[in-house]
Design a binder for this molecule. Structure first.
Ligand code: PA5
Length: 425
């Protein structure tokens, strides 16, 4: 059953779109045939198909169960592709009363946040999942030092080692070496899957499983995206049609705060994949209806340099559906909404916004998912990963590397006095 579909703006001239669709087919073929730029990082394309039978999948389920049994909190330490997917997934499904709370650390260099998180867990039972493919990224490495010290002081070195789970490269890196030396249970980021394409590996699945998500359904959803391949190509094609038409910014709009981190994950996926050689469609996200009261004016009336993609959840509640109560005095004049569900009101806001922005000259397309469950989550992750791979290839950039991220690191290391970086200017 197809739970995800893509819809173009009404009245789109399909003849004008056709060349971009054919380009997206061509780009997709180059991914499938392994002839594209970055061809050594294509493991994510068919990874989900076989992951359910991979022994690591069972290992994830076992570790998640153990963590749920012995920990009130799991501290997930990672940055970029090593945390955004898990966070997006957990907030998307938004499970009620999870056994173990998952918190995310090591994704910035804030003294205040780190201090507060250490204070938050110090009197609770907790475990750590430290995630870094390279094993050398500064932000998570620093945070891990602090949490490692805390957990060892709390439980002793031996018990602490049983509460630390490392997700990293199979063969190399400082984290891999440390995990081996200390005897941590390890999970693998496959060689041929880059950070931002790794959400459907242990990187995303272990934290999501601990939070209570059904990760088998996530994988099944990802696999089922294969029935939406035309929609994925069409989305990629539409982005390039818009770029060619002078729209260099894509805004991904959602109508529920639980989709905020899906937007953050999407933004990282497309920004790091496409922003190269002076090219790329700039990804920006908005959380409506909140942002209709800030960015909404710009969207309606500002420069026409962007197009909007609406992430629509057709049935959004995973909580009891609230209806607007009647007020006999009707002082606020809202009785016309009596007994209407909040979801109905929200969906009306979404439809009204699309119509208004289209009238204002913003091309608005829609990605529909049927509900906020694990199956749809897996579909959505795969939908965007594949669209991004296709779109990056249409730009003729390597969508699987991130050379630009190194520049700030070199400068920072020089300022911090890291050995070997003395001469960076
Ligand atoms: O997508 C990517 O490759 C990056 O965003 C990385 O995930 C991020 O920089 C973290 O890297 P690492 O997992 O090596 O610590």
């Amino acid at each position: 059953m197809n739970h995800i579909y893509y819809r173009y703006p009404k009245g789109l001239d399909s003849l004008k779109l056709e060349p971009f669709i054919s380009k997206s087919r061509h780009a997709e073929n180059s991914l499938l045939e392994g002839t594209c730029l970055g061809k050594e990082f294509l493991g994510w394309i068919n990874h989900a198909d076989i992951y359910l039978t991979n022994p690591e999948f069972k290992k994830i389920l076992d570790a998640a169960k153990k963590i749920q049994e012995n920990s009130e909190v799991l501290v997930v330490i990672g940055i970029g592709g090593s945390y955004l997917g898990a966070r997006a997934g957990i907030e998307f499904v938004n499970p009620k009363n999870p056994k173990t709370e998952v918190i995310f650390a090591g994704n910035n260099l804030s003294n205040n946040q780190l201090y507060d998180q250490l204070e938050y867990v110090k009197d609770k039972d907790f475990s750590i999942n430290v995630i870094s493919k390279s094993g050398t990224t500064t932000e998570p490495a620093i945070a891990f030092r602090f949490f490692k010290k805390l957990i060892e002081e709390k439980y002793g070195k031996e018990e602490a080692a049983k509460r630390i789970y490392a997700t990293t490269d199979a063969h190399k890196g400082a984290l891999k070496n440390l995990a081996e030396k200390e005897g941590y249970e390890t999970f693998i980021v496959p060689d041929d899957i880059g950070g931002r394409y790794s959400v459907l590996t242990a990187v995303g699945l272990l934290p999501m499983a601990v939070a209570g998500l059904n990760i088998k359904k996530i994988i099944e959803g990802a696999n089922s995206s294969k029935s939406s391949l035309a929609d994925i190509r069409n989305y990629a094609a539409f982005r390039h049609y818009q770029l060619n038409d002078g729209k260099s910014i894509e805004i991904l709009a959602n109508f529920d705060p639980s989709l905020h981190y899906m937007g953050e994950w999407w933004k990282q996926l497309f920004a790091e994949s496409e922003g190269k050689d002076g090219k790329g469609i700039i990804p920006y996200t908005v959380d409506y209806s909140t942002d209709l009261h800030s960015f909404g004016q710009m969207a309606q009336d500002g420069p026409r340099v962007f197009f909007e993609t609406f992430l629509c959840v057709d049935y959004d509640s995973n909580r009891e559906g609230l209806t607007v109560p009647n007020d006999p005095e009707n002082v606020d004049g809202l009785n016309y909404l009596t007994n209407k569900t909040i979801e109905y009101v929200n969906y009306s806001a979404l439809s009204a916004t699309i119509q208004a922005h289209e009238n204002g000259g913003v091309p608005c397309s829609e990605i529909h998912i049927s509900s906020r469950d694990e199956f749809c989550l897996g579909q959505l992750f795969y939908f965007f990963e594949r669209a991004c791979g296709i779109s990056g290839n249409m730009l003729n950039v390597n969508p699987f590397n991130q050379p630009g991220v190194e520049e700030y690191k070199r400068n920072m290391f020089t300022l911090l006095g890291k050995p070997g970086y003395e001469t960076t200017t």
